[in-house]
Design a protein around this ligand. Structure first.
Ligand SMILES: [Cu+2]
Length: 348
């Protein structure tokens, strides 16, 4: 019995010693963790400050470095408004960005965990909520309001003296149509689209408005400086997008649903070549919708020139009708009056 008690006491003594040792070990670990946690906190707070300063320097550096890579002054009347709206938006959001980022990172550094301070419990303030809801709401309403105003202007009725050019996108090219002397684009129907019959746009040949329409592809579109132009935009397969970066214009080309936009080019290609110091400068049409494998190759070009240059160019083009029905071309009839004109076959 005595031996049993001695063994029990020794056993309990061992257990107690073991537990005390273990407990002190835990306390040691916890003390160390607390220390390392505080250290990590300090490092993180410092890194947040470094991130703020480094980030701000980075933003400034990128802007300075890439300033000359952005497009120069807009080459259309609407482009000036679009740029103004863009700069106002950047100015407002820029100021807000600067203030909020500085506060965010500075507070993380300044109010990092400290034994001397206890977090202040501040759950709600109606006044503050109201201020930071109403002010952005008003600012955004004004910005969006101007945006809608110009959107309706650009997509709305074109001035009476506007010229009309139809532009059709397909995988992967642009085709243009000028309405000719009657200033009316002839009717077309998608089922009449037939490359083999030389009818790429599906023009209906029994519509007389089609007889003087001029079809252009594989060469630049021509526009007249300081004369409004209304683009009638369409597509033959998928959705494309007429992107005119130099004019700050852009509109989807949707199959089956014609879209329109109008603008006035204010600078000729020649002027732009001088301004940009680039003798090869061309106004560009880019497809701004990912429309398939050859999307990158959908680059079209625009030449803006004065009225005389444009008139000379358009006079050198023959209506599509005459290349489909050469015997109806008055030029051919004059050249050969001995043969009677063969009866043309309409394709619709
Ligand atoms: Cu496209």
């Amino acid at each position: 019995m005595q031996t049993f008690f001695i063994v029990l006491i020794l056993g309990l003594g061992f257990l107690i010693t073991f537990q005390i040792a273990k407990a002190s070990e835990y306390v040691g670990i916890m003390r160390g963790e607390e220390k390392s946690k505080k250290q990590t906190n300090k490092i993180n707070a410092f890194l947040l400050l470094v991130f703020l300063i480094g980030g701000m320097i980075g933003v400034y550096y990128c802007n300075e470095r890439l300033k000359d890579k952005i497009l120069g002054a807009p080459a259309s009347d609407h482009g000036v408004y679009i740029d103004t709206m863009l700069y106002i938006t950047i100015a407002i959001t820029g100021v807000v960005f600067f203030i909020t980022q500085v506060i965010l990172f500075w507070f993380s550094f300044k109010y990092q965990e400290s034994d001397k301070r206890k977090a202040y419990y501040y759950p709600h303030n109606n006044k503050l909520e109201l201020i930071w809801t109403v002010i952005p709401a008003i600012a955004l309403t004004v910005l969006v309001g101007f945006g809608i105003f110009y959107w309706f202007k650009i997509t709305g009725e074109a001035p009476k003296n506007a010229m009309v050019v139809e532009i059709t996108g397909s995988q992967f090219k642009w085709e243009f149509r000028y309405p000719g002397k009657d200033k009316i684009l002839g009717k077309k129907y998608f089922k009449q689209i037939d490359d083999a019959a030389n009818n790429q746009l599906g023009q209906l040949w029994d519509d007389p408005a089609n007889h003087d329409d001029i079809y252009i592809t594989g060469e630049p579109m021509h526009l007249v400086v300081n004369r409004p132009v209304k683009l009638v935009i369409g597509a033959k397969d998928v959705i494309h997008d007429v992107g005119l970066a130099h004019f700050r214009m852009k509109m989807d080309a949707v199959p089956g649903t014609p879209t329109t936009m109008w603008f006035t080019p204010t600078k000729t290609t020649k002027q732009m070549r001088e301004e940009t110091n680039n003798p090869a400068f061309m106004f560009e049409i880019s497809c701004d919708q990912m429309c398939g494998r050859g999307h990158f190759g959908m680059r079209g070009e625009i030449i803006v020139e004065n009225q005389e240059e444009y008139d000379a160019w358009i006079l050198s083009k023959k209506p599509k009708y005459f290349s489909v029905f050469p015997d109806r071309d008055p030029a051919n009839q004059k050249a050969d009056t001995t043969k009677p004109a063969a009866a043309p076959v309409a394709r619709n």
